[in-house]
Design a protein around this ligand. Sequence first.
Ligand code: GDP
Ligand code: IMO
Ligand code: MG
Length: 420
Amino acid sequence: MNLLILGLQWGDEGKGKAIDSLADGYEVVARYQGGHNAGHTIYHKGKKVVLHLLPSGMLSPDIKNVIAKGVVVNPIQLIKEIENIHSLGLNSDNLFLSANAPVIFPFHQELDTYFEQSRYTKIGTTKRGIGLAYEDLIGRRALFIRDLIDKDTFYKKIKPLNDHYNTLSKAFGGKAIKVDDYFEEYLEAGQYLKKYIVNTTYLLNEYMKNGKKILFEGAQGVLLDINHGTYPFVTSSNPTIGGLFSGTGLSHKVMGEVTGICKAYTTRVGEGSFPSELFGEEAELLREKGNEYGATTGRPRRVGWLDLVALKYAVMINGIDSIYLTKLDIFNDFEEIKLVTDYEIDGKITREFDPYPDVINSVKPVLKSFEGWKQNVSIIKKHEDFPKKAKEYLSFIEEYIGIPITYISVGKNRDETVKK
Ligand code: GDP
Ligand code: IMO
Ligand code: MG
């Protein structure tokens, strides 16, 4: 059965670790949305590797890794990551890049920064140009990876887009954007990437037809979804299940199991509402214990308790079958652990998650408290060995959301995972 792994919160749930720990049972790992705003951390032979664009199966030599057409690609970043894989003594022969993936240019990144400074609401983006690249796709003016291969074609297509961004840049008081500043670099990148370029729509459909087991790797998380997340503080793609279909060109028949990843607590980078957010000393403690600093931008992550109202919403809109829960070990020496069970909005109690900003901003979370287990769970290998108090915490979550937690991650390494 194929498996889709997607983040159920605001990203950084531990997708990299989860996918790396499960990848051995699969022949293909495929990314289908987002770009290098993602930062998926894997520990490979004790060394930390953060993948932004490359699928998380890259560290397993026999797995085919596909970057499908829904991913927005900065070719310079992609080459950097491929080179990093080579420096680890691994090869990249099993990488397949969509010819039709939209390209991120330097002006996307520059304008992302101007927009952040001038927009009436600051989003706190990763400043990687992700939103602008997707805007170009929707605006029907995007360039695709294959456009970088032939010099004349590339020049003809980039010129009007460059002019468009030059006009925008001037309007925002920015510098002139010139094709010559990046043309050669991108042309060279096209040549470098040529051997990886394929039609991933046909490749993936062929894999499906031949019964190859595919693991789909979501980026970001449900609450950052452009349609279903906490708009406008979201990313510009669909981390929810629909992104898999639009991003790959595979039909619904590809679906096997859908596993959602969530942390034992919640984090968020950037602006936007966060009903279970902690502040002050409590936040400091959780951030330090959990080492919650962004894998892409290094920004301190905002932290809070696990929010079951939000989690149940994420499970509902994606048809999640089971949960892979990460970072349970962070609570090893906590006296008390809390969960959000209900929202109070205008004096009324509800379990409905309405992402509309005025509603979600007015939420007062209702908390339930659990006694900490005060024991190191990182050494546990079998589910029955978890302390009783940890089991109570996990059972409460399962009962509330109505699906099982089938994997519990108790450390950052591949083997620090307990299967139920
Ligand atoms: P992703 O974007 O969902 O792949 O997550 P990130 O890599 O951005 O952030 C997750 C962080 O938590 C990384 O530093 C992981 O190494 C780490 N991590 C993942 N699972 C666990 C776990 O169960 N315990 C601990 N202590 N760290 C974990
Ligand atoms: P992974 O895959 C956490 C957040 C940014 C910002 C918002 C919009 O590692 O979980 P963007 O640059 O996408 O336009 O920023 O989305 N964001 C993420 N937060 N993890 C991510 O990816 C993220 N990718 C984007 O912080 O709030
Ligand atoms: Mg991340």
